[in-house]
Design a binder for this molecule. Structure first.
Ligand code: NI
Length: 201
C-alpha cells in the first residue's frame, strides 16, 4: 500500500473513531483510572515471559478479583497479569456482558483445530491500535482455577481468540508480532503520532 492510501485509511479510521458515541463521563473516567494501572507499550514488562503460579493463596485470589475489576472498568474483555506488571501465568476474561469473570491460571493449549480465522484485535496495552490477527477458531486449554483445581476449557470464536491473545501476553507476545509487517508499521506510526499529539497538547 502506498503512503497516500495508508494516510487515507488512517483518516477514515479517525473519522469512524469520532463517530462512535461518546462514553458516559462517569464510565469514561472509570476507564481512564483503570487504564492507568495497565502497562502500555513499549513497557518492557510486556515483552517478559510470566512464571508459573505455585501458590494458590488469598493473595492470588485477591489479584484475580482486582484484575477482573480493572478489566471491567477498562471496558476490556481480557487481561493478562503481565499487563498489570505481575509476572505470573494468570489471565482473566469475559466475553459476555453479564457472565462472571473467568480466571485461568497456568494455562496450556492442549489442542487447536485446523481452521484459522483473521479478525481485528485491539489490546488495552496498545491504545488505539487495531490490527488483523490470524488464530485458530477452536482451542482446548488446560488450566487451574484460583483454588488450584484443574479445569479444561473448550472454546471457539471470540472466547478462543481472547484466551489465545491473553496467553500470548503471558509469553511476552503482543498483537504487533502477530500481524502483517504493513499493519505493524501503520500501528507503530499511529502510536508515535498520538504520543506527539499528547506531548504538544
Ligand atoms: Ni492485550
Amino acid at each position: 500500500m502506498s503512503e497516500d492510501v495508508q494516510d487515507q485509511v488512517a483518516e477514515e479510521e479517525e473519522q469512524r473513531e469520532e463517530q462512535r458515541p461518546a462514553l458516559d463521563p462517569e464510565v469514561a473516567a472509570r476507564r481512564r483510572a483503570a487504564l492507568a494501572h495497565v502497562r502500555q507499550f513499549p513497557d518492557p514488562v510486556l515483552k517478559t515471559r510470566a512464571l508459573p503460579v505455585e501458590r494458590f493463596d488469598d493473595a492470588l485470589r485477591e489479584e484475580v478479583e482486582r484484575m477482573g475489576i480493572l478489566m471491567e472498568d477498562a471496558l476490556g474483555i481480557g487481561l493478562a497479569a503481565t499487563q498489570v506488571g505481575n509476572l505470573q501465568r494468570l489471565l482473566v476474561y469475559r466475553v459476555e456482558q453479564d457472565s462472571p469473570v473467568n480466571a485461568l491460571i497456568n494455562p496450556v493449549i492442549e489442542w487447536t483445530g485446523k481452521e484459522q480465522e483473521i479478525l481485528e484485535e485491539g489490546c488495552l496495552s496498545l491504545p488505539g491500535v487495531l490490527v488483523d490477527v490470524e488464530r485458530p477458531v477452536y482451542v482446548r486449554v488446560h488450566a487451574q482455577n484460583e483454588f488450584g483445581e484443574p479445569l479444561t476449557v473448550e472454546a471457539s470464536g471470540l472466547e478462543a481468540r481472547v484466551i489465545q491473545h491473553e496467553m500470548d501476553h503471558l509469553d511476552g507476545v503482543l498483537i504487533l508480532e502477530r500481524t502483517s509487517r504493513d499493519q505493524r508499521k501503520r500501528a507503530m506510526r499511529e502510536m508515535r503520532e498520538a504520543e506527539r499529539e499528547r506531548e504538544s497538547a
